[in-house]
Design a protein around this ligand. Structure first.
Ligand code: GRF
Length: 190
């Protein structure tokens, strides 16, 4: 039974999708890098321990070190980044190669990388005149939003789409794609 930790920074709708799926029985820990409403979703789901770190107070190096201690203590097998915004040290990312996945609200490798998160992604997609967007679940590799792609889901971009309307359409697909990707990774790692 793989032990999963989910990392969050925001509202936690992706975490909620995992809680509402078969993945829930494997989630033993939720970690936030700041005060995040997502932690309450974990508490409301019962059985899930939560840890709130302060990225601001700790800084990148100490945050990665504290998180490493926590995931070791909980004997975590797979880390799922669900709306998580802090960048890890290279050392941490290397230690979790092949065991840490992320969901990004665009069709990587385009519209990814430093600074491309949340509404910035959808602004860039609309500004580029794309007729299609979507989301990508991938293993965390070298650098931001790099790494082997596990699965992607596509949505149309309509004339007159706003950042909000596109974000909502993509988020709906994220909520299906993330649980599916986690279950696929777990079945392949058996
Ligand atoms: C959203 O922009 C989502 O596309 C991305 O993280 C952000 C917040 O997601 N994956 P959540 O509602 O906190 O899960």
């Amino acid at each position: 039974m793989p032990r999963i930790a989910v990392f969050v920074s925001g509202g936690g709708s992706n975490l909620q999708a995992l809680i509402d799926s078969e993945v829930r029985q494997h989630i033993v820990l939720v970690i936030a890098d700041r005060p995040a409403a997502a932690l309450q979703r974990a508490r409301d789901a019962g059985i899930i321990d939560t840890i709130e770190f302060s990225r601001k107070a700790l800084g990148k190096q100490r945050l990665s070190e504290e998180i490493q201690k926590a995931v070791e203590a909980y004997r975590i097998d797979l880390i799922v980044l669900a709306g998580y915004l802090s960048i890890f040290t290279e050392e941490f990312s290397a230690a979790w190669r092949g065991k840490m996945i992320n969901i990004h609200p665009a069709l990587l490798p385009r519209f990814g990388g430093k600074g491309m998160y949340g509404h910035h992604v959808h602004e860039a997609v609309i500004a580029a005149g794309e007729t299609e967007s979507g989301c990508t679940v991938h293993f965390v590799g070298e650098g931001v939003d790099k790494g082997e792609i596990i699965l992607q889901a596509r949505v149309p971009v309509f004339e007159g789409d706003t950042v909000e309307s596109l974000a909502a359409r993509v988020l709906e697909e994220e909520h299906k794609a993330l649980p599916e990707a986690v279950l696929r990774v777990m079945s392949e790692s058996r």
